[in-house]
Design a protein around this ligand. Structure first.
Ligand code: ATP
Length: 405
């Protein structure tokens, strides 16, 4: 918890951080987002006392951070930064072992922990433990940076633009991985970025900061997207707000549509009957294992004798775990204004149409229209669409193999 925290750098007229108060809930990911130079890094570094506040109070689990020896404090707070900040002259294993060695772990325990951490971040220990940082790609170095920050199992993790220096694809992968890790570890994470989309993806809560770290809005991503506190926040959220809202919901969270279905081997008359006389009616053709294969339109059936010969390929499908953003992308690549949704074994479940996507955005917006003022105290709304558990579970990728609802 930060209370009236001020940081004034020597020789500066105005403080870099001016009177910031906020509570960071345990076990959540809180993202500081704001323009360059607004004081995000300064605010974050005061939490582990890499920077000493000029005034104000910082308490961690009820204890004043200023009363804890700074070295001890920092050993309990993992820290990872842009470009990983690895020690170039030390091997990957030595880098990861930094804090465990400092706190006096036995050699065997450290070795086991290094391998466990490498596994956790998706790097084969045999291959990587003896390499030096320069022998790794940027993305791999970031992974090691995260492994090092987690090595001594600190309850709190500070991450300062940790994925800022990698290409967009690697960045997306690292974000997915962090969400997977967090769903296992449940750390309290403070994450700094200037990328609002990254904040939406990773944050349970986002603090939008203005100059001198003034908190312009501190709320869930849903609430900020639906109801920016003022013009500055709105400008920051940007024109992509509606699209970003689609990353907050999964296909399984919305009511899917269920057009008529037919199996390839069924008689053409069956689907004719189901679709009725309207030429623009359409349905879904399934194969013998119930996987969706083609869209079929009523007007194509006039002279058809066999369902193997009609329809348009369905192309990209999404799973019930996929986000609505994925569904939109699949929809835009296909021929029908709908995306077929499949279950764990690829079996057909229903379709998400463009109308479903539009109404999902509308319902998020309406839900947050009136609760904006008190949402800071209330915490996340557990009943709303998409509030089906901690955010990191909800937005995880389709590969997670979670049981279907
Ligand atoms: N050691 C320092 N001495 C003097 N001024 C500093 C120092 N560190 C930062 N500042 C100033 O404090 C302000 C906030 O800097 P800070 O690095 O916290 O911002 P930031 O939001 O993290 O920026 P960025 O996104 O560019 O990293 C800036 O105006 C910066 O110039």
């Amino acid at each position: 918890m930060l209370e009236h925290v001020v940081k004034r750098y020597p020789g500066q007229k105005s403080p870099a951080v001016d009177d910031v108060s906020m509570t960071i809930p345990a076990g959540e990911v809180v993202v500081f987002v704001g323009p360059s130079g607004c004081g995000k890094t300064t605010t974050m570094r005061m939490i582990n006392r890499l920077i000493e506040p000029t005034s104000g109070e910082i308490t961690i689990a009820g204890r004043s951070a200023l009363s804890i020896n700074p070295d001890k404090l920092r050993r309990n707070i993992g820290y990872s930064i842009q470009q990983a900040g690895l020690f170039p002259h030390m091997t990957i294993a030595q880098n990861i072992a930094t804090v465990p060695s400092l706190v006096g772990w036995k050699r065997k325990r450290i070795e086991a922990r290094v391998d466990e951490m490498l596994d956790l971040v998706g790097l084969a220990p045999d291959q990587y433990r003896s390499r030096y940082p320069r022998q790794l790609s940027g993305g791999q170095q970031q992974r090691v940076g995260v492994a090092r920050a987690l090595a001594a199992d600190p309850p709190i993790l500070l991450m300062d633009e940790p994925f800022g220096a990698v290409d967009p694809i690697t960045r997306g992968q690292l974000q997915d991985e962090l969400m997977r890790l967090q769903s296992e570890l449940g750390k309290t994470i403070v994450f700094v970025t200037h990328d609002f989309a990254e904040a939406v993806k990773l944050g349970d809560r986002i603090a939008v900061l203005g100059s001198q770290s003034k908190i312009l809005q501190y709320d869930t991503p849903e609430a900020i997207l639906a109801n920016p506190a003022d013009d500055t926040v709105e400008g920051f959220v940007g024109a992509g707000a509606s699209l970003q809202q689609l990353t907050l919901l999964r296909a399984r969270d919305v009511e899917m549509e269920h057009p008529p279905t037919v199996h390839e081997n069924d008689a053409v008359d069956e689907i004719r009957r189901e679709l009725g006389p309207r030429g623009d009616a359409w349905g879904v053709i399934l194969d013998e294992r119930n996987r969706p294969v083609r869209w079929v339109y009523r007007h194509e059936l006039a002279h058809a004798n066999d369902l193997h010969d009609v329809g348009e390929p369905i192309g990209e499908t999404v799973s019930t775990q996929s986000t609505l953003r994925d569904a939109l992308e699949a929809l835009l690549m296909g021929s029908n204004a709908s995306t077929a949704v499949t279950g764990q074994r690829g079996e057909y479940v229903g379709v998400v149409s463009i109308d479903t996507l539009v109404s999902a955005i509308q319902s998020i917006r309406e839900e947050h229209e009136h609760d904006h003022d008190d949402s800071e105290q209330d915490g996340p709304d557990q009943d709303g669409p998409g509030r089906d558990g901690p955010r990191h579970e909800r937005a995880e990728s389709a590969e997670s193999g979670e049981p279907q609802p």
